[in-house]
Design a protein around this ligand. Structure first.
Ligand code: PMV
Length: 320
């Protein structure tokens, strides 16, 4: 009972920040993301009656830290009576550094586990299960421009636009590659309980979602850039206003923001977004990618640059 699946991280343009139901990991707000093509996580799940416990290896190294979350996720797919599993997960990019590696990891995990069991559940159901483990992982089941909305007592997902229909590029500036100081679940809880801006953040999200939906429908880059940067900075304002404050940026993150402002003032079609980590993600039109890449590479404090196009949702690779 073994299968392998591949998934890509996604980058939110309208952010998910805050939970309405912590035990079920349901978001307080809807979100919109783009799924990447070139950063991948490949996960093999092998259910084996001979095992006496689950075994996880991440990038070739045994990992006990992530095991409880991974085991809980497998329970949601296979049930509590399941056989133990050997799980092997490999990513071609830095993990646990605000690059959404948990999104691609849990998306690949549910698809591989479901295929290993021969269940063949539909994409929405698997996305809902991935979302239980990591809210943003639900979006990596789908490709291109993806909206996640709250629907009844669960979430619903819609592909707003296929990747090939608006093939923007993403340039990621890595400014620090260690794991983040505060994980997103804990940080969201602190924001909800202490940030004076949290209520307004939630209230305004529907308007931002409507604006981004229109921008994607019209392929209006300027409108997408303006709403995505605004939404990102609002999310970080919620974090900064929390007690204790959560500041994920470093000086290189700010230097990268300045680089993007300089490029914009020269007329380039580019904007930035930043998640719960110090990396800056620049989204641009394909013709401007080389210039964006060169400018971010030359920005002090940038350690590495990753580039990606937009890709498809999680897929099963093999099964035996
Ligand atoms: O899915 P989580 O728990 O890793 O939270 C993701 C939160 C952000 O990346 C900051 C925003 C988002 O919508 O992806």
């Amino acid at each position: 009972m073994r299968a392998t699946a591949k998934a890509q991280p996604n980058i939110a343009l309208i952010k998910y920040w805050g939970k309405r139901d912590t035990p079920r990991n349901l978001p307080a707000v809807g979100s919109v993301s783009i799924t990447l093509a070139d950063l991948t996580t490949t996960t093999c799940v092998d259910f084996d009656d001979a095992l006496r416990g689950d075994v996880l290896s991440v990038n070739g190294v045994d990992n006990v830290e992530m095991m409880p979350r991974v085991a809980r996720c497998l329970d949601t797919v296979a049930g509590n009576e399941r056989a133990y599993a050997r799980i092997r997960s490999d990513s071609n990019f830095p993990i646990a550094a605000g690059l959404a590696s948990s999104a691609s990891a849990f998306a690949a995990l549910v698809v591989a586990a479901d295929a290993a069991l021969g269940h063949n559940h539909d994409t929405l159901y698997l996305a809902q299960l991935a979302g239980r483990a990591s809210g943003s992982a639900a979006r990596s089941l789908y490709g291109g421009y993806v909206e996640l909305s709250n629907a009844g007592d669960d979430v619903a997902l819609t592909q707003l636009c296929r990747p090939e229909d608006w093939p923007l590029r993403v340039v990621v500036a890595i400014t620090a590659s260690g794991p983040k100081a505060v994980g997103s679940t804990e940080a969201m809880e602190i924001s909800l309980k202490t940030s004076p801006f949290f209520g307004r953040w939630v209230e305004q999200q529907d308007a931002d979602l409507a604006d981004v939906r229109a921008a994607v429908a019209n392929k209006d880059f300027a409108q997408l850039a303006s709403i995505a940067e605004h939404n990102c900075l609002k999310m970080h304002s919620v974090m900064w206003g929390s007690r204790p404050p959560m500041v994920y940026w470093n000086s290189a993150t700010l230097a990268c923001m300045q680089t993007i402002r300089d490029l914009q003032s020269r007329g380039l079609a580019v904007f930035f977004t930043i998640d719960a980590g110090p990396q800056l993600k620049a989204v641009c039109e394909p013709d401007h990618e080389a210039e964006v890449r060169a400018a971010l590479s030359a920005t002090p404090g940038v350690e590495e640059i990753l580039c990606s196009g937009l890709g498809h949702g999680a897929t099963q690779l093999d099964h035996d």
